[in-house]
Design a protein around this ligand. Structure first.
Ligand SMILES: Cc1ncc(COP(=O)(O)O)c(C=O)c1O
Length: 402
């Protein structure tokens, strides 16, 4: 962390300093071979990451946004379809849905996990849609379009409750693309299958971002899709490369969406540490949980028994979020808000015509969440300082109220 004793929200400098001896040879190798795009380094990373996620295939792409988009396209989402997701996510989720030609539509989140509420999804399918006898799919009455896919988001490093979502998907023939952009290595205990499953291995595909601040981050932009479906993997390899399986033979119009060889090489080095980094994040989360137990007025993250979160973020909820954030900034503690404005209330989606009150859980959560410092290098002393600062604030608030 910094020399002034501040605790930054995220410390990527120390993390990379420690890895410099392993990262620099990757830069040298790429420079000396001029193998900048595709090739053996990309293939090695794809093999290793597929293994890490318990999937047969991994397709490296240019970003997490491309990963969601290409997965939906390869799974068969068509222009004009509806793809259901949550309003409590980064806008990339819905950007990718729109870029795949579909219309994003929302269901609310669960109050404790902050991810898709399967009951809300069920209500959406049963009450807002009818079953099209011809296709066996749900057809949305309001939007007059078929619902063909669902994108649960594994927010903050914790899997959405996948069993009931997968069950609804089977019933309504929905494609499932997991947005696992924040959940590298997260696990979900499937009661249905009586086993732990990895994020990105449960739907037809899982989309990952390697944006630098992620649990597995590149030194630039990068992403990947995991899948067990060979046909989908083949399609995505074509889509990411201008629609060509063979150079200059373009079967379809595709995208410039490949993973850089340099990023793949750097990611392969960092992937070897990912399990250990995730463990450290989990330990840090346990420590925060304990330290916060006597503090009034703070809602700490909820981890159901079916989840092993990898704590991409440690997010608490408080009533006076802005004041607490200000107090922590003054105390030298970095924080973030992920995310302050639900997607249905963003200017970008004003044409959807949705208003405050449409997704009350998401709106309540967005108004009260605060992300505290979390990274593998966070020390117990720093965590104690963060919690002390929060406690000071909570006590001052209580005095003011009494
Ligand atoms: C939930 C979620 N989905 C998608 C993305 C998009 O990833 P990228 O920034 O790599 O395009 C992100 C990245 O922040 C994300 O957090």
């Amino acid at each position: 962390m910094t020399s002034e004793g501040n605790i930054p929200f995220l410390d990527l400098v120390s993390l990379h300093k420690e890895l410099e001896p392993e990262l620099i040879p990757v830069f040298q190798k790429v420079l000396r071979t001029a193998g900048f795009v595709g090739g053996a380094m990309v293939e090695e990373f794809e093999r290793e990451f597929a293994k890490f996620c318990d999937t047969k295939h991994c397709v490296g792409v240019a970003s997490g946004t491309d990963a969601v988009r290409f997965a939906l396209m390869a799974a068969g989402v068509q222009a004009g379809d509806i793809v259901v997701t949550v309003p409590h996510t980064f806008i990339a989720t819905t950007e990718a849905i729109s870029q795949a030609g579909a219309r994003p539509d929302f269901v609310d989140i669960d109050e404790r996990t902050y991810s898709m509420d399967p009951i809300k999804l069920q209500e959406y399918l049963e009450k807002e849609c009818y079953l099209d006898q011809e296709t066996g799919r749900a057809f949305n009455r309001r939007l007059k379009a078929p619902v063909t896919a669902v994108v649960p988001v594994h927010i903050y490093g914790q899997c959405a409750d996948m069993d009931p979502i997968l069950e609804l998907a089977r019933r309504y023939k929905l494609i499932v693309v997991e947005d696992a952009c924040q959940a590298h290595g997260a696990e979900y205990f499937s009661r249905e299958e009586n086993r732990w499953r990895k994020a990105g291995s449960m739907g037809q595909a899982g989309a990952f971002s390697f944006y630098p601040g992620k649990n597995l981050g590149a030194c630039g932009e990068a992403g990947a899709v995991t899948t067990n479906d060979e046909n989908m993997a083949r399609k995505m390899r074509v889509i990411r490369d201008h629609g060509q399986a063979k150079k200059y033979f373009h079967d379809v119009e595709g995208y410039n969406g490949r993973l850089d060889a340099l990023q793949a090489g750097l990611l392969t080095v960092k992937l070897r540490r990912l399990a250990e980094w995730n463990r450290k994040r989990q330990e840090a989360a346990r420590r925060y949980d304990e330290l916060f137990s006597p503090v009034q007025g703070i809602v700490i993250p909820y981890q159901p028994e079916w989840s092993r979160s990898v704590y991409h973020l440690y997010v608490v909820r408080v009533q006076d979020r802005e004041q607490l954030q200000q107090h922590l900034t003054e105390a030298g503690v970095g924080t973030g808000i992920h995310y302050p404005i639900p997607l249905h209330l963003q200017a970008a989606y004003k044409d959807f015509g949705q208003v405050r009150g449409d997704f009350p859980v998401c709106e309540m959560v967005a108004a009260t969440i605060l992300s505290l410092p979390m990274c593998p290098m966070l020390t117990a002393e720093q965590q104690a300082r963060v919690v002390r600062s929060v406690q000071q604030f909570a006590m001052a608030e209580t005095l003011r109220e009494s």
